[in-house]
Design a protein around this ligand. Structure first.
Ligand code: ADP
Length: 269
């Protein structure tokens, strides 16, 4: 049974043709923007970001550019919204972008639907294009919280290339880690159209297959923070912020060196 009725997906077996850029671009403009954060309610982190903006050239280095990694149901979305609001940067969720396009039966939505309904990943070229364009939007000037992208090492390396082009490298990759049994219970209690039992099982399987190389990619670059995703969401946000500050306070070369030492000791064991 297909959980989404109104929009017909592209025919199975046919090669998926990426929608032409102008159409995709038009979709992008109709996406809901990230949360608007008022300056008067600025948290210390937000003030920190805004002060950095005022500092002008070089100041943008203190903005927040992070990706959230984790299985379906790990709470990435919840934490992403909170972090984005707290740091005054947009929250970019690829799953939301696809669902919004499916609901509106756009050309992108028609292509994406069959993947979402089956719990499969949308092809890399489509996702990478959409995220690359989104990151060039003015509201990403001082950072972003990416949620649901990248999901694989090839997506991560495409993101690094794009950020290098923009001269704004990633600060951190936060991996929220939750046991599969707990995930299944959380997802079963949620009422999203692509949360059928079969789709959940497949999404968890797809996640497991691509996650290890993705974590390794970020670990080797000294960007990874692994966090236990079980617990009170407020406490979890504080934990993520503390780990972020900790990570960002250490130069990237030092972080890489400690990863190399850790990897060498594993190999040498
Ligand atoms: P979840 O984390 O629960 O799987 P998301 O909202 O992040 O939920 O994603 C929903 C669906 O959107 C995925 O199952 C997949 O089909 C598609 N999707 C989202 N992000 C990506 C991505 N980076 N690469 C490929 N497909 C994606």
């Amino acid at each position: 049974m297909s959980p989404r009725q109104p929009c017909r997906s592209a025919e199975p077996g046919r090669r998926v043709v990426r929608p032409p850029p102008p159409t995709v671009r038009a979709e992008r403009h109709s996406l809901a923007p990230g949360p608007q954060v008022s300056c008067s309610a600025a948290s210390p982190e937000l003030r920190w970001t805004r002060e950095a903006e005022r500092r002008g050239p070089g100041g943008a280095d203190r903005a927040l550019r992070i990706v959230l990694i984790g299985p379906p149901g790990a709470g990435k979305g919840t934490q992403a919204v909170r972090l984005a609001a707290r740091f005054g940067v947009p929250h970019i969720a690829t799953g939301d972008i696809f669902r919004s396009n499916v609901d509106r039966c756009t050309p992108l939505g028609r292509v994406a639907k069959r993947y979402l309904d089956g719990g499969e990943l949308v092809p890399d070229d489509i996702v990478i294009d959409i995220v690359s364009e989104r990151l060039a939007e003015p509201d990403c000037r001082h950072g972003f919280v990416l949620d649901g992208f990248p999901r694989s090492a090839p997506q991560a390396s495409a993101l690094s290339r794009r950020l290098d082009e923009l001269g704004t490298p990633l600060h951190a990759a936060i991996s929220l880690e939750v046991q599969e049994e707990e995930l299944f219970q959380r997802l079963a209690a949620r009422a999203r159209a692509d949360d059928t039992e079969q789709t959940i099982r497949n999404r968890l399987r797809v996640f497991a297959a691509s996650n290890h190389p993705l974590l390794r990619y970020y670990e080797q670059r000294g960007l990874l923070a692994r966090i236990d995703g079980v617990g009170n969401p407020d406490d979890l946000t504080e934990l993520v912020v503390a780990r972020l500050k900790d990570l960002m306070a250490r130069p990237i070369t030092e972080r890489r060196r400690s990863t190399e030492v850790a990897l060498a000791s594993i190999v040498g064991r």
